[in-house]
Ligand binder design. Structure first.
Ligand code: PEP
Ligand code: MN
Length: 294
């Protein structure tokens, strides 16, 4: 049997993942993995928000956005320097220059940095600037990349492939862990369904399912999961209520002028309002929230 199913007949709950997970399964670490980066714990009681633009576009843009999201309570700055774009004619990212700007923003704000590594040949370079390596949806089953990232000791944010089942997602995490890198954070970012009114269908089922079957932290990306900025707040709150450990949210100073994903990016003022609502949801479900100056 290839899919994740549960037996309700035996005395113990049995999940069938074939072959079974060895390192990522919940039983391997029942108390749960806490990934720690620059003093920030992901997978503990605190809800951790990672926020920033889809892509690093300029020094001014990333520095101003970093200040804004920090002020609202984000702990980690996101921003792509290497962008996996559908068309080769659209903005591909500032590459190394973008990595340098992210590091500058980190130095100025104290935020940790998460950014995508698209190619195994770039791991060394990206690792020099990033605190967390992001493996994008399109690369979730790039097994060479997974194995190479598994050889590093840098926390890794693994995004669910847009057509990946929960089992395939967990097996991808297993690839990274098999190499010795156990600092893996899973990210649900929406899957392709027959629905066309949204960019993807955010699969919030994945949150309790993953929490049940793996000890790895789970975060949710409602920006790519919906593709629409005005839907992001509702789904972000729902994700925390469903048990996610954190969020990945796109924020842009000027969404209408963004070089990528502006339509799903929140302006800083809207992000700030959302963060206040998220705090209330987090506290209501027994999580903690970074204290912020009112
Ligand atoms: C991103 O986070 O900007 C991104 C490209 O995400 P995904 O890989 O989920 O499409
Ligand atoms: Mn994006």
């Amino acid at each position: 049997m290839k899919s994740v199913t549960e037996s309700t007949t035996g005395c113990a709950t049995v999940i069938f993942i074939d072959p079974p997970l060895r390192l990522a399964c919940r039983e391997a670490l029942p108390e749960g993995t806490v990934v720690t980066v620059r003093g920030i714990s992901i997978g503990g009681r605190e809800i951790v928000v990672m926020a920033g633009p889809c892509a690093v576009e300029s020094e001014e843009q990333i520095l101003r956005t970093a200040e804004a999201v920090k002020e609202s309570g984000a702990r980690i700055l996101r921003g792509g320097a290497y962008k996996p774009r559908t068309s080769p004619y659209t903005f591909q990212g500032l590459r190394e220059e973008g990595l340098k700007l992210l590091a500058e923003a980190r130095d100025q704000t104290g935020l940790a940095v998460v950014t995508e590594v698209m190619d195994a040949r770039h791991i060394d370079l990206v690792s020099r600037y990033a605190d967390i390596l992001q493996i994008g949806s399109r690369n979730m089953q790039n097994f060479t990349l997974l194995e190479e990232v598994g050889r590093c000791r840098i926390p890794t944010l693994l995004k669910r492939g847009m057509s990946a089942t929960i089992e395939e997602f967990l097996q991808a995490a297993e690839y990274v862990m098999k190499g010795g890198n156990h600092q893996v954070i899973l990210c649900e970012r929406g899957i392709r369904t027959f629905e066309t009114s949204t960019r993807n269908t955010l699969d919030l089922n994945a949150v309790p399912m993953l929490k049940r079957h793996t000890h790895l932290p789970v975060v949710v990306d409602p920006s790519h999961g919906t593709g629409l900025w005005w839907m992001v707040p509702a789904l972000a709150c729902a994700a925390i209520a469903a048990g996610a450990d954190g969020l990945l949210i796109e924020v842009h100073q000027n969404p209408a002028g963004a070089l990528s994903d502006g339509i799903q990016s929140l302006a800083p003022e809207k992000f700030d309002v959302l963060m206040r609502d998220l705090r209330a949801v987090a506290l209501a479900v027994g999580r903690t929230w970074l204290a912020r100056a009112e």
